[in-house]
Design a protein around this ligand. Structure first.
Ligand code: NZQ
Ligand code: ZN
Length: 390
C-alpha cells in the first residue's frame, strides 16, 4: 500500500428537506454571495425559490448568475469572475450539478487572481487560493460536490480541461435525494455511468496490497448497479434507491477509495475529448469509452480484470478462464449501460469517427496517459477505434 494523507473538508448535509439549511449554513461564511445556477431545472422545479427563501431568512443577500450549460464554458466563468470582483462577493453557492459546481469553482479561483482564469486549466499557474464554494446538489454524477476538481470547456479550442486543487473543494454540500426525482432518465443514467467510472478509474491499479479499498470499490459498484436497476425498473421516486445512488456519487469521487493506491484516469482524459468535440454528456462519453478501454487492456492484467468481472458482475470463474471471464465482464458492463439507455459505441451516439486523430492528439496534450497502463497516442487512437467499432 502506498503512503497517503486523507482529508476531505466538505461537510455533507444529507436527506429530505435539507435544502432548507442552505441559508443557515451559508450565513456562517458570508452575508453577500454569488448564487450560481443554470437558469433551467432549479427554476422549473421551484428549488431556487426555496433556496432564496432560506437565504432571506438567514439574512444573506445574493447576486445571481444563471446560464451555466452542461459541459460548462469558460466564457461563463469569466463573466462570473468579473461579477464577483465588481460586487466584492465573498462566497459562491452553486445550485445544480457538476457543471454549475465546476463553473463556481472556476469563478472562485479567478476571483482571487489578477490574470485570466484559464491559466489554471492550461497549467500555466497553480491555484493556491479561492473563495469558498458550497453546493446544493441536484444530480448525483460528477462528485464535484466534495471533489478538488473543476472541469471547464474553452469554447475557443475546443478544449476541455481540469484543475485539481484542494482550495476549490466545497466547504459544505447539501444532498437531498428527493431533488433528483425530476431528473430525466437519461441524466440519471449518465450520472450512474460517471460514478461507476470514478470507481473503476481507482479500482484499476497496479498496487497489489489494497484489499480494503478493493473491497470497498467492489461493494460500492455492486450497490450502484443494484440501485440503478431499482430506479429504472419503475421506482423513479424510490427514495431509498435515489439516496443510495446520491451518496454513492459522492463516495465514488471524494478520494476515500483512492487511499493507498494510484488510479488510472486515462478513460476520463479520453472521454473529455469526446465532450469537448461533440458536446456529449460526460457520462454518455464514459459509457462509450470505458468498455473499450477495458477491452484494450484485457491482456495487460487479465487476473485483475477477471476479478472485476467476478466480484462486480457475478461472472462465475468455474465456467470461464481468466480471459473469457474478463471479456464476459465487459459484455455485462455494456449490457448494463445499454439497459439504462446509454450509448456504448460511436454509432449509438452518432459521433463522427473521422475526428479520432485530432482527439487522440488532444488527449495527450500534457504527455502520456494512464497509470494502470501508460498509453501513447497510438494506444489512445486504438481505444477510440474499438469504441467506434472500426
Ligand atoms: O441545465 P439544467 O436545466 O439545470 O439541467 C441539467 C443538465 O441539463 C439536468 N439536471 C440537473 N439536475 C436536475 C436536472 N434536470 C432535472 N432535475 C434535476 N434535479 O441535468 C443535466 C446535466 O447536468 P450537469 O451538471 O451537466 O451534470 P453532471 O453533474 O453530470 O456534470 C457534468 C460535468 O461535470 C464534469 C463533467 O466533465 C461535465 O462537464 N466532471 C466534473 C468532475 C469534478 N468536478 O470532480 C469530475 C467528473 O469526472 C466530470 O469530469
Ligand atoms: Zn467523471
Amino acid at each position: 500500500m502506498q503512503n497517503f494523507e486523507y482529508y476531505n473538508r466538505t461537510k455533507i448535509i444529507f436527506g429530505k428537506g435539507t435544502e432548507q439549511d442552505a441559508g443557515k449554513e451559508t450565513a456562517k461564511y458570508a452575508k453577500r454571495i454569488l448564487l450560481h445556477h443554470s437558469g433551467g431545472s432549479p427554476v422549473k422545479t421551484g428549488l431556487l425559490d426555496r433556496i432564496k427563501d432560506s437565504l432571506k431568512k438567514a439574512g444573506v443577500e445574493w447576486v445571481e448568475l444563471a446560464g451555466v450549460l452542461p459541459n460548462p464554458r469558460l466564457s461563463k466563468v469569466r463573466e462570473g469572475v468579473e461579477l464577483v470582483k465588481k460586487e466584492k462577493l465573498q462566497f459562491i453557492l452553486a445550485v445544480g450539478g457538476g457543471s454549475v459546481i465546476d463553473s463556481s469553482k472556476g469563478i472562485a479561483m479567478g476571483a482571487l487572481y489578477d490574470g485570466d482564469v484559464w491559466d489554471f486549466y492550461a497549467r500555466k499557474k497553480t491555484a493556491r487560493e479561492a473563495l469558498p464554494v458550497a453546493t446544493v446538489l441536484t444530480i448525483p454524477a460528477a462528485g464535484s460536490e466534495s471533489s478538488i476538481s473543476s472541469v471547464i470547456t474553452n469554447e475557443e479550442g475546443p478544449w476541455k480541461q481540469s484543475v485539481n486543487e484542494e482550495c476549490i473543494r466545497p466547504v459544505f454540500s447539501i444532498l437531498n435525494p428527493e431533488l433528483t426525482y425530476t431528473l430525466p432518465p437519461y441524466q440519471t443514467a449518465c450520472g450512474v455511468a460517471d460514478m461507476l467510472a470514478h470507481i473503476m478509474e481507482r479500482y484499476f491499479t497496479k498496487e497489489p496490497h489494497v484489499e480494503l479499498t478493493d473491497e470497498l470499490c467492489e461493494g460500492a459498484m455492486r450497490a450502484i448497479i443494484r440501485n440503478a436497476r431499482r430506479i429504472f425498473s419503475g421506482g423513479g421516486e424510490d427514495y431509498n434507491a435515489r439516496a443510495e445512488i446520491m451518496w454513492a456519487g459522492s463516495i465514488a469521487h471524494n478520494n476515500l477509495l483512492s487511499t493507498g493506491r494510484i488510479g488510472d484516469w486515462a478513460s476520463h482524459a479520453i472521454e473529455h475529448e469526446l465532450s469537448a468535440v461533440f458536446d456529449i454528456a460526460h457520462g454518455a462519453g464514459l459509457s462509450i469509452i470505458f468498455p473499450a478501454w477495458i477491452r484494450y487492456n484485457i491482456k495487460e492484467d487479465t487476473p485483475r480484470l477477471a476479478r472485476y468481472a467476478a466480484k462486480v458482475w457475478g461472472v462465475d470463474g468455474a465456467y470461464y478462464d481468466y480471459e473469457q471471464a474478463a471479456l464476459e465482464g465487459v459484455f455485462r458492463l455494456k449490457n448494463f449501460f445499454r439497459s439504462l439507455g446509454l450509448p456504448v459505441s460511436f454509432a449509438d451516439a452518432k459521433l463522427d469517427p473521422s475526428r479520432i486523430p485530432e482527439m487522440s492528439r488532444g488527449a495527450l496534450k500534457f504527455g502520456s496517459l494512464g497509470n494502470y497502463r501508460t498509453l501513447t497516442e497510438k494506444d489512445v487512437e486504438a481505444i477510440y477505434h474499438i469504441a467506434a467499432g472500426s
